[in-house]
Design a protein around this ligand. Structure first.
Ligand SMILES: *Cc1c(COP(=O)(O)O)cnc(C)c1O
Length: 431
């Protein structure tokens, strides 16, 4: 069957389709390099599952206290092996990425200690965990102080500033790999390694934690390969492979992971309790799929950057640069364009494709926000999803795509909606 017609059946005009195909052709070299990375990561995951002797019994479940859950314990060994760490916690009891980060912080910091963020302002939700914004139960309320070293204007670590900021009280340093929703570059694993070496040169006992959200499997090494003592992330992002219905992970030095476990449950019990409640098959299979799913999301992000850049919009990261996370932001310049873009993403989804996203006044935001997500797992951002605050410069942020063809369809549909609203002209491509 002719592809043009299948796309037409889904609502994509021929000119939009052809324009997209032209860009796909140009990206084949890039995509081959992404496939190369995912192949290496896939082999790492399979190798670890074999070495840890994952068996049918591991796909069973426990309830109640969850003592001796072989599936849970073996999966934690698999994560530790893939990330080259001594230990890991991988649990459905960890509700989300923020929770995982909070457990790692509270578990390892004590009153009087200081935490430094050396990659500038951390992710929004951590502001309340740390107490940057006063918040009940924050680290600040427990007498844990915080300071911050911003990245340099060129986006690199301020190594001199970091050395100066470290004091006798500094117990822990946190580094956010992904830019999240900041306008900065995402940090590469190599850059993170240099910053950690700098911290360790001042005092080797400072715990270096990396917020690894959105970064897993985008490179062939992880921050734990370049000296991070703890790496932390969410299972409804990259490592859950779209199949994990909930969860977070913490991997790193055994002592620090154990400290975290006493916060995850409670002192004395640590990682011994916590049933897997039926999620083991999804966690294993999701981790197995994760390298390929991450590659699909990366291809979608690169495709989108190129599709929109050539129409005159600015994309961050741009169409050419290397990627270290799966987030893309595109500045569309008008509220109508942000809404049209999100409508297209929604229309291309496997779930809830028939609903129309509208901007609304979300709690906690100053401006209306429009969101598109038609996901199998609620809030999952390894699935194709987009959101945009309705304020200048009218940028949309989007990420995910469980498969490359579904990511491609989403981006073409966003362009189709922009075209339908009269907001773009599709360049003519000879057929
Ligand atoms: C998503 C994210 C978090 C928080 O994860 P949640 O699962 O939403 O709580 C923290 N840091 C970064 C960089 C993230 O992208």
């Amino acid at each position: 069957m002719d592809k043009t017609n299948i796309y037409k059946g889904l609502g994509i005009d021929e000119d939009v389709f052809r324009y997209g195909e032209g860009i796909c052709d140009e990206l084949s070299g890039r995509f081959a390099r992404i496939d190369e990375v995912s192949e290496i990561n896939q082999l790492k995951v399979i190798g670890a599952m074999q070495e840890c002797r994952v068996s049918e019994a591991c796909l069973g479940t426990t309830t109640g206290y969850g003592y001796n859950d072989i599936g849970r314990d073996t999966l934690e060994e698999v994560y530790a092996k893939v990330f080259h760490t001594e230990a890991a916690l991988v649990r459905p009891l960890i509700a989300c990425g923020t929770h995982a980060l909070a457990i790692a912080l509270f578990g390892n910091l004590r009153p009087g200690d200081e935490l430094i963020s050396i990659a500038g302002k951390p992710y929004d939700t951590l502001e309340e965990v740390i107490g940057i914004r006063p918040s009940r139960g924050s680290l600040a309320e427990y007498g844990i102080t915080y300071s911050q070293v911003d990245l340099l204007p060129n986006g690199n670590f301020d190594l001199d500033g970091i050395k100066k900021a470290i004091s006798d009280k500094t117990k822990m340093v946190t580094i956010q790999r992904s830019k999240g929703y900041e306008v900065r570059k995402t940090l590469s694993v190599a850059q993170i390694g240099e910053a950690i070496a700098c911290v360790k040169s001042v005092r080797p006992d400072i715990i270096c934690m990396v917020d690894n959200c959105y970064g897993e499997f985008t490179e062939t090494i992880e921050p734990s390969d370049v000296g991070a003592d703890l790496i932390v992330g969410s299972l409804i992002k990259n490592p859950g492979g779209g199949l994990a219905p909930v969860g977070g992970y913490i991997a790193g030095k055994a002592e620090y992971v154990e400290n975290a476990s006493y916060r995850m449950t409670c002192p004395g019990l640590g990682s011994e309790v916590g049933p897997s409640l039926g999620v083991n098959p999804a966690f294993y299979q999701g981790f197995f799929m994760a390298p390929i799913v991450t590659a699909s999301a990366l291809k979608g992000a690169i495709f989108a950057a190129n599709v929109y850049e050539r129409l005159g919009f600015s994309a961050l990261p741009d169409g050419k640069e290397d990627r270290h996370d799966i987030i893309e932001s595109i500045t569309l310049g008008s509220p109508e364009a942000v809404v049209a873009f999100c409508k297209g993403i929604q229309k291309a989804a496997p779930v809830d494709s028939f609903v129309t996203p509208e901007p609304w006044d979300m709690p906690g935001y100053d401006d209306p926000v429009v969101m598109a997500a038609g996901a199998f797992v609620q809030g999952s951002s390894i699935e194709l999803s987009a959101d945009g605050p309705i304020r200048p410069p009218y940028s949309v942020y989007f990420q995910g795509g469980l498969t490359w063809p579904s990511a491609k369809l989403g981006i073409l549909m966003s362009l189709q909606e922009m075209k339908n609203a009269g907001l773009v002209e599709i360049p003519k491509i000879q057929s």
